[in-house]
Write a protein that binds this ligand. Structure first.
Ligand code: UDP
Length: 382
């Protein structure tokens, strides 16, 4: 009945389903545990007509023209340059920490000296990861790097990951480098946009094809069985000989046989307030104060005329299997080794393809996932 089965309807699963139907003219079934499509990109209009991101803020940014062009088939865009402030010592300063942030927290003479020394050492416009900056032997720059490490990274990373910045893969903290610049934007990618009608509409348009069927509210384990002895896949008791594209948690696929892969989860608390705006930026990070990491105010992202506003506070927590949503893979050397054991197991199956943040245990951004799904489609699905 189906040539392909896809588990999960986030970007990884939806892009591949769309390609299978439109390019290959083949039939595909998507199995989705939740009562909606779109994975963690899912958004909706709340009772005040504000588009909110149900699973936390999603800001699209990419340097990949092919990804931008591909997604443009399914949405119009609003130009949107994301800005983040961090609450440090009672002031809100631009993040990534840059020359403007320096001026906000240090007296002028010190700020002048730091800027001069930084420009002697780094090219204007360069981005330097905090763990790199800390290696300097210049006394002023060391003081400055330690300040940023303490005030911006140390406690935020402890809240977000339960780890010190140096205990987690450098890939994580270098996502937010220190910026030798006066550019206050969070990202510097060429394409920074927000879908005009929200993300959910992108998924609806991608998946509206007669050859794509979607089974919502269905845990894949209800319909898929895996025969580990013979490396075979069964769908509704029949052997499935088409390709299975799995975008969920790889450890769950293999019944956690090598143990649980650690993930980080979040408690998300939405609040609607009786005021026009709550804060001056779309996102304000609170590295050192309170238990939440950041507050997002959605009206800044999707402007709408209403007297109310909706904000979101994110409280990170460790992930408990079967209870929480696995938002982030936790990168450490040990966890990657455990992941590789599962990956080797998956490679024994001829017709199993893993793609996405959970199945590949990678900290993919939205554009990375779309890029990866388009590549996997060309290389392995076709
Ligand atoms: N980070 C930090 N302080 C900040 C912002 C980021 O320490 O004010 C670190 C932290 O470890 C975080 C990582 O940088 O998890 C990546 O931040 P990003 O904003 O990319 O996280 P996401 O939006 O994916 O949750």
């Amino acid at each position: 009945m189906f040539d392909y089965i896809i588990i999960g309807s986030g970007f990884a699963g939806s892009v591949i389903a769309e390609r299978i139907a439109n390019v290959l003219n083949k039939k595909v079934l998507i199995i989705e545990k939740r009562n909606h499509i779109g994975g963690n990109c899912y958004d909706y209009k709340d009772e005040n007509h504000i588009i909110v991101h149900k699973y936390g803020p999603h800001l699209f940014h990419t340097d990949y023209k092919d990804v931008f062009d591909y997604l443009s088939n399914f949405t119009e865009w609003q130009v949107y340059q994301h800005k983040v402030l961090a609450f440090i010592d009672g002031k809100k300063v631009p993040i990534p920490f840059n020359f403007n942030s320096i001026r906000e927290v240090f007296p002028k003479t010190l700020a002048d000296r730091l800027e001069r020394k930084l420009l002697e050492k780094y090219q204007y416009g360069s981005k330097v990861p905090i763990l790199e900056l800390k290696k300097t032997d210049d006394e002023d720059l060391k003081f400055w790097a330690d300040f940023i490490y303490e005030k911006v990274f140390k406690n935020y990373t402890a809240k977000q990951w339960g780890l010190k910045p140096e205990e987690i893969d450098p890939e994580v903290t270098s996502r937010v480098p220190v910026y030798i610049s006066r550019d206050n934007r969070y990202f510097t990618d060429k394409y920074q946009v927000i879908p005009k009608d929200g993300y959910t509409k992108i998924f609806e348009r991608m998946l509206s094809h007669p050859y794509i069927k979607i089974m919502l509210n269905t845990d894949f384990k209800e319909v898929i069985k895996i025969d580990f002895e013979n490396n075979k896949i069964f769908f509704m008791e029949h052997e499935f000989k088409g390709k299975l594209i799995f975008t969920g948690m790889i450890d769950e696929l293999f019944d956690f046989k090598y143990g649980y892969l650690p993930y980080r989860s979040l408690n998300l608390k939405f609040e609607t307030l009786d005021k026009e705006y709550y804060q001056e930026a779309p996102v304000v990070n609170y590295p050192n104060d309170y238990d939440f990491t950041r507050i997002t105010e959605f009206k800044h992202i999707h402007p709408v005329e209403t007297k109310k506003t909706t904000i979101l506070k994110e409280y990170p927590k460790s992930y408990q299997p079967d209870k929480d949503i696995p938002y982030y893979p936790v990168f450490t050397k040990e966890n990657r080794e455990l992941y590789n054991k599962y990956k080797e197991e998956a490679e024994k199956f001829e017709n199993l393809i893993l793609v996405g943040r959970l199945a590949e245990y990678r900290y993919y951004d939205m554009d990375d996932v779309v890029k990866r799904a388009l590549e996997v489609f060309e290389e392995r699905v076709r």
